[in-house]
Write a protein that binds this ligand. Sequence first.
Ligand code: SAM
Ligand code: SF4
Length: 328
Amino acid sequence: MNTVDYLRISLIDRCNFRCTYCMPEGAEFDYIRSKEMLTNDELIQLLREVFIPLGFHKFRLTGGEPLLRKGLVDLVRAISSLPGTEDLAITTNAYLLEDMARPLYEAGLRRINISLDSLDRNVFREITGRDHWQKVWQGILAAHEVGFDPLKLNVVVIPGVNDREVLDLAALSIDRAWHVRFIEFMPIGNTELFAHKGWVDSATLRAKISDRFGLLESNCRGNGPADVFQIPDAKGTLGFISQMSECFCDRCNRVRLSADGWLRPCLLNESGQIDLKTSLRSGQDDVALRQQVRELLNLKAEINFKERDRGIKTSDQTYTRTMSQIGG
Ligand code: SAM
Ligand code: SF4
């Protein structure tokens, strides 16, 4: 079992996009009220006094759309200055990135993942519900110019919608050190879309890319869920995240904190969550908070063992909460 040292932090459950697989247009969301959100000070306190002492040193800011969070640059500066922070990253749709890339970089952020499901403006609009391809592309170029490294592009492949673009998207890794990651579409959020369209497994994508460009296994594999490959002589890599066709619970090194302070041991398992915000606001001291998190980590180890031993794949289950609510 991996050591769990990676915390994904949802900063907000709202978003300025309406991706069909995440927050489809017209769906109603029960948004977290602002007084229920963890404040920047509470979040920093939890990181400094609870998570870092328990061995966490890798943090990712996500959402919803994290660039919508008020005071984000100050928050990034505060987290990146914590002595225990070794790795701070963000996942964003890049709509607001063109102007924010530099301030975020100067505040200490270095790693960025940007969602880009299509290179075609119309397909992009169909998926995200917004005609913002150009602005997102400008955001990606701004992040590149400023020097974010690694710069990863996340692609969720939806059959019949963007799967014909897989080769063009993979080719983005050739001339620049961009890391394109293909994510199997999960039955989280818009399960109707899932039932109707299905999903494309990573092995099929790899075969297609390999036929066109050749594909080598990369030695840049991190300890995350992606299997990493490379087009020969490309500057960047290709990652495949296969949570539908594989069970990678035994590689899992992360837990998730929602914008209203619930800590969740597993993306796909609804059990065992703890309400850290209420504990914090009711005056529990750091020792008690650490104990609660320790117990959750023990439970996580049990969940992961069980799921791995039963060979459970995501495809066997359905989920009601969207990635924007959980913090994808
Ligand atoms: N708004 C930011 C963004 O889109 O990058 C961050 C939050 S979003 C929930 C994080 C990632 O989750 C995105 O890359 C998105 O494509 C992915 N995602 C959302 N719903 C998904 C689903 N049902 N299956 C697979 N990936 C999903
Ligand atoms: Fe927003 Fe990201 Fe969800 Fe798309 S995937 S709706 S950009 S939170």
